[in-house]
Ligand binder design. Sequence first.
Ligand code: ADP
Ligand code: MG
Length: 701
Amino acid sequence: MPVDLSTPVKYVKGVGPKRAEDLRAKGIETAADLLYYAPFRYEDRSNLKPLGRLAPGETATVIATVRRVQAPRFRRRDLGMIEAVFEDGSRIPLTARWFHAQYLANLLQPGVRAALFGKVEFDTYLGGLVMLHPELEILRGEEDEEDEALHTGRIVPVYEAAGKVSARVFRNILYRLTSDLSAMEDPLPASLRQRLRLPGLAESLRALHFPPQNADVNLLNQFRTPEQFRLIFEEFFWLEAGMALKRSEERAAAGISFQLTDRVREQVKKMLPFKPTAAQKRVLGEIARDMASPVPMNRLLQGDVGSGKTIVAAQAAVIAVENGYQTAILAPTEILATQHFLNFRKIFAPLHYQILLLVGSQTKKEKELGKRAVESGFANIVIGTHALLEEDVQFARLGLVIIDEQHRFGVLQRKALQQKGVSPDVLVMTATPIPRTLALTIYGDLDLSVIDELPPGRKPIQTLHRTRDEIEQVYSFLLGEIRAGRQAYIVYPAIEENESSAMKAAEAGYRELTQHVFPDLRIGLLHGRLPAEEKDRVMEAFKRGEIQILVSTTVIEVGVDVPNATVMVIENAERFGLAQLHQLRGRVGRGAAQSYCILVTDKLTDAARERIRTLVESNDGFYISEMDLRLRGPGEFLGTRQSGLPVFRIGNLLRDQEILELARREALEFAERPPSREEYERAMRYVREHWQQRYGLALVG
Ligand code: ADP
Ligand code: MG
């Protein structure tokens, strides 16, 4: 009987209610989930080495029989070590050792046949070959329902176990499940399949689990057989097709067509405090074109820290205001919102715009007045934090939404602000460059502008790594810079995962510095728990140069702009993530003088060492974010916040970037120039039915 893909997994042959529970814990709920549960590795068991031919140092699969299981002779009991001696008829035995593995004691009975995969070593004490903690698969003795040919004598798929559902059980179940997929429909458009020579869906799923005899095991392990390629491509293709659909729907709404008159140009000129760089000009052009068009703008502006995104945003705001519309700017922290507010007030002074700040810490009265100014249309530009999103904040005529540091917000917050206007233009900005693969997957519905050039006269920041015992040297260097008229930041990390622990660290550092290290210098303290006026006062004093050293938590991570500050000391730098370190470093190097970032560390783990090395090596935010992605993986990289990262079953963003690029090109092409009406409609129906459930993303929202 052909498989119905939506069948609950417990009704799939060989599963049953008990196993179904184990499978559910892995997110496998239906027959389809099971079919797409890809092996993480393939093992060539068609051509195995006998034990007698193993050499120390090699990683190998062997199939052998347990001769005896022995208690460790000398090790401490609590290691729970199990040691089994295997033989296969060649005269050389192999000893396998597992620690903390008492559970194996029942499985490894003499006479049991098993496949072992691991690194072979020579144990001088034993005078023989050992495998330490090999992967183990019992071949006989556990259950004998399927013939052994499924598990040996061929290239076998190796699955991550799900509770009691072992790799072997998966193989049994999937063998049955894939044996009749003939009735399965292939949703990929036929013209696409032909042009790219992609194998059919049923054939591909079958080969994913049970590769044909002549398959190349290396290719399989790289996930690059034609069948694997097709499945990965398909997964990305539908994701991007959904993005294309979303784009076209968003674009179908009637947006505002802002007029780019001579007066707008004049006002922009009046406002610009300096000559824009070529990259700023190009991006300004892209934004102006979007704003002039009747299609709503949905644009992501990426630019490394200090690349000058603010002025680009300001110019977009001029276009909106001169056309009689309001602009809303959303920032993640009060400090950043306040900085923007002061900055914009200065920038827009020649134009006499009404600029308004709306943040949570304002008094009720201030907020009331603010809201009234927004509602009446008196305020031209409103800058704020989450407070802006509250329901009772209503705009008279919202035309442009700017979201700073987009990665700090979710899609829903973007939408919430957008809905306060009628199809306003949207510009989202981020200073955390997002590797291209991620940008394509999470922001695939946005157009992309990149500022890839720093303002003129910037010297690259010098980044140095110092250990705790070199701190005196760091302080004397810092003193030298202060004596030369510069300013510095010293940033402390949270010791635990909360702001109050960061506050304590910063306060302790502040006491030490004011009392013992630099009693003669003017030092300020900034952390998230200070009252808003106090924060503003400290920031302003630092900006004016009255404070020489600003001791702080990561509240200064984004947006703070004091060009005279040339030294950034980061205490316990090993505790910070790469992106955060790069952001913090971006607080210096904003003027013409040489700037320095000094990373002070205590104990370093390997991962921390790698992060520090990356930073010392490079100032390039895009390179750093690629490294970050590699070191942490996509999920961690985006954080647990509503990151909007789609869930992939077979595709892997680190491994499959080029397939993703291809799928995106094909999906855009397909959506813009469909080969036929029928194919297009069939595909879009498929997307509407599957997208949300398959990728965990909202198609409309
Ligand atoms: P970010 O992209 O990190 O938001 P900012 O917009 O804060 O960067 O700009 C960083 C600094 O560079 C600011 O002091 C800004 O005034 C200055 N700046 C930006 N563009 C230029 C330019 N074209 N010429 C000179 N200085 C510039
Ligand atoms: Mg900025």
